[in-house]
Design a protein. Structure first.
Length: 441
């Protein structure tokens, strides 16, 4: 409990450094390959995520189980259960899905870019597979209240990726981009294993054992959580497919840049949320009154930060456009505004999502994500037909607004918490954290 502030501080530092490194990576790709190639890579990564449909939520379920575990043997068995289920599952799904995805690309990529997209699909699948494995270790370490170590390792991996992108992208094209991302994931897995061995005295023999009861526990906790992740993945894939179909891969590239820039707000909320989610899980099992107080404090802080982040992001958009593209591009500014609004709304929703997961009831989260996807599928093609890529982007914002509202209202009834944040509660967060750390409930 006493690591909340330390973990949150490192989460913020990770967010800042990874944002700078991501900007550097995008800059390298645009200068050496071009905006069209960036759009192709973004489309490939999104298409590869079809494999999430078959993921039963192992990483999320394992992290929640680890949040209340202290025994090194149990910790090793829980991580082992996650790996034994995930590795063969993803290998089979990606192998079986390679040719169908390769064929489906022909419906969303123009003829001039199709051969390139199909040629580099295997690299995006390799990058995604290793990212999934690294994600299991990252969520496990975070669930064990070592969020600051997770942040440090992720920063090291990102530095490796930027360096290799700078070296390999000019020589190998999109293959170099994929290999750099794979190297990032491999390095982080190695560092996570070293941390588990030397900081937690984990016996590696436990990582290769398989216990059915541990696997059942991980699956039980993960299935409900994974539902929301699957729907969000379908939403993001649909956005890029609609954007590519109605606007072309160049507009996907512009949207991807704007989305990556704006989504830093949402990623910051996710990073901070990862620091507080193990605490929410503990409090939900021990003290519901303090759980609700802590949630209201966090909700109010996130809402205040979201408003400030939107103002800063809007003001910075022209500068980002000039640095990335060499001019102030109006299409980029429009996509940035839409993406910023969506990220701010999502940031306000994250405390509600995390609290519901900690409480063990995720139907509100599922309802919100389903409403988001339904609105996009219903309105996106019409808006794209009328206004092309900008019309699809506007539909994205409307869909997120509907989904966020649904989630917050549904979870407020489950958690018996207020819908509207009380900003005065934001200033009580430090006191609440101190009470949690001191054990004064």
């Amino acid at each position: 409990m006493k690591k909340i502030g330390h973990n949150a501080g490192w989460s913020f530092l990770e967010f800042v450094i990874l944002g700078i490194l991501q900007f550097a990576t995008f800059r390298i790709v645009i200068q050496t390959l071009g905006i069209k190639e960036l759009g192709i890579w973004a489309l490939l990564i999104s298409a590869t995520q079809f494999a999430k449909v078959f993921d039963p939520g192992i990483a999320a379920g394992g992290a929640r189980a680890l949040a209340t575990s202290d025994d090194p043997n149990v910790i090793g068995e829980l991580i082992s259960a996650s790996l034994w289920i995930t590795v063969p599952l993803y290998l089979i799904v990606l192998a079986l899905g390679y040719f169908p995805v390769r064929y489906l690309l022909s419906f969303s990529v123009e003829a001039s870019a199709l051969s390139m997209a199909q040629a580099f699909l295997v690299y995006s699948m390799g990058a995604y597979f290793t990212q999934v494995i690294a994600g299991i270790f990252a969520t496990s370490v975070n669930g064990l209240h070592f969020g600051y170590r997770k942040s440090q390792i992720n920063i090291m991996g990102a530095l490796v990726q930027v360096g290799l992108t700078w070296v390999l992208a000019p020589r190998l094209g999109l293959a170099g981009l994929g290999l750099a991302q794979i190297a990032n994931n491999v390095v982080t897995v190695g560092l996570f294993l070293a941390l588990l061995r030397y900081a937690l005295r984990l016996n590696f023999r436990n990582l290769v054992s398989f216990r059915r009861e541990r696997a059942r526990k991980v699956l039980h906790l993960g299935l409900g959580i994974q539902g929301t992740s699957l729907i969000w993945t379908a939403f993001e894939i649909s956005v890029r497919l609609l954007m590519s179909h109605f606007g072309g891969v160049a507009q996907v590239g512009f949207y991807e840049m704007a989305y990556r820039f704006a989504s830093q707000i949402r990623l910051l909320a996710v990073y901070i949320g990862q620091s507080v989610s193990p605490t929410l899980a503990n409090l939900a099992a021990r003290n519901l009154s303090l759980f609700r107080t802590f949630y209201q404090n966090v909700y109010s802080v996130f809402a205040l930060c979201a408003a400030a982040a939107f103002l800063i992001g809007t003001a910075a958009s022209p500068l980002i456009s000039f640095l990335m593209l060499g001019n102030v591009n109006h299409l980029f500014l429009y996509f940035s505004f839409v993406a910023l609004m969506g990220s701010v709304l999502h940031m306000c929703m994250i405390p509600s999502e995390l609290a519901a997961i900690a409480f063990g009831v995720v139907r509100g989260n599922l309802a919100g994500m389903a409403a988001t996807l339904f609105a996009l599928v219903l309105l996106g093609p019409l808006a794209g037909h009328i206004a092309g890529g900008p019309g699809v982007a506007a539909t994205v914002l409307v869909s997120i607004c509907i989904g966020v509202t649904t989630t917050i209202f549904a979870n407020s009834r489950i958690l018996l918490c207020g819908v509207i944040p009380r900003f005065s509660h934001a200033f009580d967060l430090a006191k609440t954290v101190k009470n949690i750390g001191d054990g004064t409930f």
